[in-house]
Design a protein around this ligand. Sequence first.
Ligand code: BEZ
Ligand code: FE
Length: 283
Amino acid sequence: MINPATGTFSEASSAEVVNARHTTCANQRLAEVVSSLVRHLHDFAKEIHLSQGEWDLAIDFLTKTGQKCTTERQEFILLSDVLGFSMLVDAINNRRPEAATENTVFGPFHVDNAPKRQMGESICLDGKGETCLFEGQILDLAGQPIANATVDVWSDNADGYYDVQQPGIQPPGNNRGVFVTGAEGRYAFRGIKPVSYPIPDDGPVGQMLRHLGRHPYRPAHMHYLITAEGFQRLVTHTFVGGDEYLASDAVFGVKASLIAPFERLEGRDTLWRSPFNFILTPA
Ligand code: BEZ
Ligand code: FE
């Protein structure tokens, strides 16, 4: 029987008719999310007058995106990243006081249980790149040091690849490490001045970027995952100032407050120093 309240399916009534099926859903949030998605999706198709050929192409693209996924490769997250969707979700979920360090995209190259290292130790195991001392403090909003904070860091190597992208070429744990702050909340480690690199672009997302006339590069950055009891987890990067891709990051991760100084050191074994303090928000 046709529901007299919503009528039959037509171009004009499409979203309303579909969403009428969700009124008895026991999970209210699910019904809200799916109904909103249906509304926006139907409006989108009407606004652009989606052709049958374009619908076919979209299905093929999404199929290939799924087929590209493995335990090491998440092409759907990459799609979300290049559409700015990951950064939007991140922004919605990490509204913080002005003084707090901003979040940015997590990315696919974090490794659980990275090597624990002593404060000041080098994370660079392949001997490539321009050496850099990263140092600073982990602070609360009042400027007080946070002791016992875990500072998990990772970056690409001088060739623009993470260790996990080059098993058998780079030593495992290259350019990554976990440090724990002492009483003054200080961290310090040696790494390399990171270089800009392309996100994995040998799949459907890379092909889409090429069709759109977009490049796949991310500006040079060091990743940080900082956790401390009683504080919100901070997922962020520091960016190398002056990088040519700062204004066109393929995944929209750049925030002005995260551009760090990189000072050239003269007459020292280490070529660069990048000081940066991180300010955590209470949980
Ligand atoms: C990264 O910075 O490691 C990254 C982030 C998003 C997509 C690909 C890579
Ligand atoms: Fe990265």
